[in-house]
Write a protein that binds this ligand. Structure first.
Ligand code: ADQ
Length: 457
């Protein structure tokens, strides 16, 4: 069986210590077995990338990384990836910012990745490219004569044609994605949108329900939702619940309930709307005043992108407003922090929380929802309040499903969660736990790679 070559924008090197916020890094660690190669950006910038990739070996895995120049970083990463594609693929055309030089910078970095990876490849390697930063890389590899099996997995949503064509070069991207043999998505909806976009961009013949042929090349699609190591996370949470940080959190609550939110500080995560809904809880259901605190951990992310700074200012303002309006001398309703906290500590916090608030405005999957479920004590679990616009909601139907734009409804769901009888909490949690145990990070990787390896080239 051929070697696995994973390509992602960022490579998490074995030397990277400390807290990591980001679902992709977590999921991919499961895919890497000894003998594999992981290729991507080192995270360094400012240097030149003219030379060969830097190679590090660790526990049988080879890590090959390239640096980006400052101009590449600005155009490819800050510009087109995060200023144009990220908002567009999260249905936020109002935030979409297209600049042609940035689009060209994006194509050039995808091209450069292909040029640096190609000499490292062996004929039976299976190549698995990840996410929205690298949508044109499969095509760039093909142009270099790479005939290996290539898979592409998109961790974020894919939009319908009416939204995608807001992007002037939409069809160029879709055609480049189709150069892969297998294109994977988090949900059926995302896959259907991609197939519709492909049909809107090129002459194609459908190959069964899941694929198509264009110009003699067959592109198949697959839906493989990303999961977590549910058993491992449950063990971590159980252990963490006894650790000093969790004990300190419990004693600071003095018997009050805890709601928890854990996100990257990103406008797709619906944090201003969540804060609004939390304030609304006290207006609509004042019996909860002084009885609950919300701990929101929002790790700063993409601080070079202007919109993220604006979001931070908005949240600072809102947090001040809520605490100014409702705090008492011995109770603060909202505890809001913007640094990353390590996953073990967070696991302990989830376990003691009565409510997990996962209310993104749009999300490919959302692993925090799954981690919250895994971390609960099955005999006395907390309740997950989950946005219908998270990919996770397609499967996790026993959560309290909400529309995150409806602050009153989210407040009412929190109220319902706080009053929910133990029997109902246990039943909902058992059903959810069964689901996240069935679809783990490992089964995500296996599901995608088994199908990719079956493809005849
Ligand atoms: P993200 O948008 O980064 O991932 P998510 O799925 O929630 O979102 O993954 C976040 C991961 O980082 C989780 O493991 C979480 O514990 C951790 N994390 C989040 N906030 C943190 C914080 N404040 N401190 C410490 N750790 C934090 C993208 C897509 C998602 C998709 C994943 C995986 O946007 O929709 O689920 O990839 O495919």
């Amino acid at each position: 069986m051929g070697r696995l070559v994973v390509v992602s924008n960022r490579v998490s090197l074995p030397s990277d210590k400390g807290a990591k916020a980001g679902g992709l890094a977590v999921a991919l660690e499961e895919a890497m077995s000894p003998g594999s190669l992981w290729f991507g950006w080192s995270g360094r910038r400012g240097g030149t990338n003219a030379g060969r990739p830097a190679i590090v070996e660790h526990r049988g895995i080879t890590y090959a990384t390239v640096d980006l120049s400052e101009a590449e970083y600005r155009r490819f990463y800050v510009g087109f990836s995060n200023g144009a594609l990220w908002p567009l693929l999260h249905y936020r055309s109002g935030l979409f910012d297209f600049r042609r030089d940035e689009f060209e910078g994006y194509l050039a970095v995808n091209e450069m990745f292909a040029a640096r990876l190609a000499p490292l490849l062996e004929p039976d390697d299976v190549i698995w490219i990840h996410d929205y930063q690298l949508l044109t890389m499969a095509e760039a590899l093909r142009r270099r004569g790479v005939a290996n099996r290539i898979g592409l997995f998109l961790h974020i949503p894919f939009v319908p044609p009416a939204m995608l064509h807001v992007l002037p070069e939409a069809c160029q991207l879709v055609r480049a994605m189709a150069a892969a043999d297998l294109v994977g998505f988090q949900t059926e909806g995302d896959r259907a949108n991609f197939l519709d976009c492909a049909a809107s961009c090129m002459e194609l013949h459908r190959a069964g329900a899941d694929g198509f042929v264009h110009d003699g090349h067959r592109t198949m699609t697959i839906v493989t939702p990303v999961g977590i190591d549910a058993e491992g996370f449950a063990r971590t949470a159980q252990r963490a619940a006894g650790m000093a940080e969790t004990r300190r959190l419990v004693s600071s609550l003095v018997g009050r309930a805890l709601a928890i939110g854990v996100d990257r500080l990103d406008y797709t995560k619906g944090l201003p709307q969540r804060f609004d809904a939390f304030g609304r809880l006290f207006q609509r259901h004042p019996e909860h005043l002084r009885r609950i605190s919300l701990l929101q951990i929002a790790a700063r992310s993409r601080e070079d992108v202007d919109r993220y700074q604006a979001l931070r200012h908005e949240l600072d303002r809102q947090a001040g407003e809520i605490n100014g309006a409702y705090s008492d001398f011995d109770w603060t309703p909202l505890r809001y922090m913007t640094r990353a906290v390590n996953r073990t500590t967070i696991a302990g916090f989830y376990r003691i929380a009565s409510i997990g608030l996962v209310t993104p405005l749009r999300d490919g999957m959302n692993l925090v929802a799954k981690e919250f479920i895994a971390a609960q004590d099955p005999a006395d679990p907390g309740v997950l309040v989950l946005s219908r616009f998270a990919g996770a909601a397609e499967d996790l139907t026993e959560a309290l499903i909400v529309n995150p734009y409806d602050a009153d409804a989210v407040a009412d769901a929190m109220h319902a969660a706080l009053l929910m009888p133990a029997e109902e909490r246990v039943a909902r949690h058992a059903a959810l736990l069964g689901k996240i145990r069935a679809r783990t990070a490992a089964s995500f990787c296996r599901g995608f790679l088994d199908q990719l390896r079956e493809i005849e080239r």
